[in-house]
Structures are given as C-alpha cells and as structure tokens.
Ligand binder design. Sequence first.
Ligand code: SAH
Length: 343
Amino acid sequence: MQDIKELTLQELENRLENFGVKKYHAKQIFSWIYKKLTLDFAQMSDLPKGLRDKLNAHFFISGLEIARKIKSNDGTKKLLLKLADANFIEAVIIPVNQRLTACVSTQVGCKFACRFCASGMNGFKRNLSCAEILDELLLLEKEVYPERLTNLVFMGTGEPLDNYEEVLKSAKIINSSVGFNMGARRISISTSGIIPGILRLAGEGLQIELSVSLHAADDKLRSELMPVNKRYPLKELIASCKAYSDKTNRQVTFEYILIKGMNSDLKNAQLLVRLLSGYKLSKVNLIPSNPVSGLGLEPPDKKNILLFKDYLFKQGVNVTLRRERGQDIDAACGQLRLKYEKN
Ligand code: SAH
C-alpha cells in the first residue's frame, strides 16, 4: 500500500496505464483530492467502479489524524496532528487581512537546536514525506472550506532545506494547476541558512519565496543563537542569498527575532545595516520573540523595538515589523507539540 499523494500526475498516469486504465483518470483523481478535498476513493463518483476498487487495493489517501484543534483569539488556528507512527506534528492557519496562510511542518522535531526555538528541544525524530506534508495542507484546507488557503509557508517545525527532496516534491504539487494550484510566489520556504539548499533551490526555475532566519548580524552572536552558523557563516550565507535573488529575481526576506538584551540594541542594528548594504532585493522582517517556557527569553520593550525598526528604515533598509500571532495558543514553532509530548 502506498500513499497516492506521493505520486506526481505523470507518475499516477503511468501507474494507471500499467493497470490497463485510461490515463486521463489521473487528472480526475487529482481533482478529487486537491480541489474537492476528498479523502475516500469510494466517493470519487465519476471513476469507474473497477478503478475505485483497484485504487483501494493499491493506495490510501491520508494517514493523519487531528488530535487537537486550538483557536486563538486573533483567529489563528492550530492543529496538532498524529502521524501513522504516533508522532505528533503541528500545522497552523494564520488569517491576515484578505489572506489565509497555512504554516506547515517539514520534520518531526528539529536537529538545528536554535537557542530561542521550542522545535529542537526534544531533538530530531525524522523527515516528513511529501504525502505527509500534503496531508497537513489538506487538513488545513478542510478547516477553511469552502474558502481556500491563499498562501503557504514552510515555517513550522523542522528545517525544510534539510528535507529537500520531499519538500520540493510537495511544493511542486501545491504549485501545480492540477494540484492545489497555489502560485509559487505565494509559497515561501524558511531556512536557518542551509547554503547548499539555497543554491539548489535557486536552480529549480521556480519563483518560490525564500525567507532566511537571520536573528544576528555578526558571526559570534549568530553562532551562539544558531549553531548552524558555524557550518554556514554569514558572509557565505548572504552571498548564497544574493545568488538566489540574482537567479530568480526575487526578494529574499531576512527574519530577525528581537530578543531582549541579546540582539536588539542599536549596535546590532548597525551591524545589520552593514551586512545588507548594497543588497537591493532584500527585506528585513522584525519579529518580537515569542516567550517559550524554559528558555528565558523575552521581547524588548515596545520603545526599543520601534527604535530598532526606525534605525533600519532611516538607513534605507526595507523593513517590516510582524505582529505577534497566536501567542495564547503557543503558536510559535513546536511549542504545542512539546507540551503535548510532555503530558
Ligand atoms: N528551520 C526553518 C523553519 C522553521 S522556524 C527556519 O529556521 O527558518 C520558523 C521561524 O520561527 C524561524 O524564523 C524561527 O527563527 C522562528 N522562531 C523560532 N522560535 C521562535 C520564538 N521563540 N519566537 C519567535 N520566532 C521564533
């Protein structure tokens, strides 16, 4: 038995031809799954009965179970999902203005151990498969149906560029007109800065948005906050981002969490300006850090946040300040899953 969502349209067409069935049924099956969100072959009423039986004998559609649903006062909704092997992952819907953004996980746990992040606190378990990533999105789509999700960020638990093949395969089906049909520019991959992954993504010929979690503009501090920086230091990282911008003509977003007493005074802002000077296709998104229990980090005072932002703005940096979302439901990466696993 195989999850049918592991297959691209062409792969499914080939399988159908091997069954001795016309390949145009593959498009119908894709439409049932990704457009009508049907997770049961028996309901695919325009397929011949014999084909439905064959599909049932060879494939399944979903292995995920919703363990918990939590809604924040600001409309953010989080699903705790149980995988077939009883591991848990999180997926979130974030409504902002006219947009409905899905945030999906790409790994169970995380091996990168960023100091401010809950995702890595219990270590790494395994990669998610393409089908499991698509399951997250299917379940999130069902939550908003008949509306549709407008955007997707690979920004949940895990490092997408450390699970490159499965993430890319899922992104292509999400982007495909026979899949979720979501424009590449509405799909965003967030990375802690895996340089080979960034360079590989640049060569895919896709217009996917790239976000890089920067959080510090000097190597000493960044290595303290994000051990991955020892392997992929800032100079090379920024060069790879520029290569991404040059190749795709897309702006790269640098995420910068503001943590009190750590990376948020004017000296840090100056270093950030210097690091990005001359990099036109770049943008900085400031995020006041979310409190994570056990990590002892706090956001700076509102006044300091605005000083930091204004300094960047006056120096010509393209800067935005993200509103904190879903704090009352532990929406920051991995927080809910951690709580759940402890219980
Ligand atoms: N591994 C990828 C994607 C997952 S993390 C990456 O590093 O980008 C998604 C985003 O949430 C990252 O920008 C991460 O730095 C941020 N994040 C993690 N912990 C946070 C916290 N306590 N407060 C605010 N943002 C946090």
